[in-house]
Design a protein around this ligand. Structure first.
Ligand code: HQG
Length: 181
């Protein structure tokens, strides 16, 4: 498989493992997992012929480790980014003192008014470093990076989680914990 195939398949998997599993006849189990065999059958029914080995290659090579197998290798899930209700059973964790959020200038007036909100996702997504935040913001235009005072927000009682791929998740970030880089 070449890189383009990988991106195409990764997008297909994101769509059905995060947003619309029912559309290909899948149901996410607790933790967001689906059986690998069920996924491959569902893919095949929708004209995506994929072997176990090819799927493993996609999971392994995904730049952002979007997907993960469970310890037995029989289940797979998206690590974060769901819009369907799912309890990823993550463990609350103390965040680093500072985290970053990449966005664009057009969103700033709303963000300064109401803070970072989760919008259509389950959490606000925060990045561990400036470069990652720039990449995330850059998906929407010229990136603007916000610095999040994660230590203070955590101290104030906010619950943080780290997804398996290094994305930090929190319910919201009020404006008082934000400043522009
Ligand atoms: C903005 C990708 C107005 C927020 C990335 C962002 C990430 C507000 C957009 C992951 C707002 C939401 C998540 C407010 C936040 N008013 N706009 N109060 N609060 N926003 O895609 O963080 O490729 O849901 O700044 O790499 O951009 O999917 O979140 O611009 O890790 O694996 O509203 O998605 O990963 O956009 O990206 P998103 P995000 P994947």
């Amino acid at each position: 498989m070449n890189k383009n195939d990988n991106v195409k398949i990764s997008k297909f998997l994101s769509k059905y493992l995060r947003h619309d599993p029912q559309a290909i006849g899948l149901e996410l189990q607790e933790g967001g997992w689906v059986a690998v065999d069920d996924l491959l059958v569902a893919c095949a029914r929708h004209n995506l012929m994929l072997t176990h080995l090819e799927l493993a290659e996609i999971v392994e090579s995904s730049d952002k480790k979007r997907f993960a197998f469970d310890a037995t290798g029989t289940l797979i899930r998206a690590q974060q980014g769901h819009s369907v209700p799912v309890d990823l059973q993550l463990t609350p964790l103390a965040p680093p003192a500072v985290l970053y959020h990449g966005t664009v200038a057009a969103a700033l007036p709303d963000i300064w008014r109401e803070g970072l909100q989760k919008m259509s996702r389950h959490h606000v997504h925060l990045s561990p470093d400036v470069e990652t935040a720039q990449r995330v913001g850059g998906r929407r235009g010229k990136p603007v990076v916000l610095v999040v005072d994660a230590a203070a927000l955590h101290k104030a009682g906010a619950v943080f989680y780290e997804s398996g791929n290094g994305v930090w998740l929190v319910d919201q970030v009020p404006p008082g914990y934000l400043k522009e880089l």
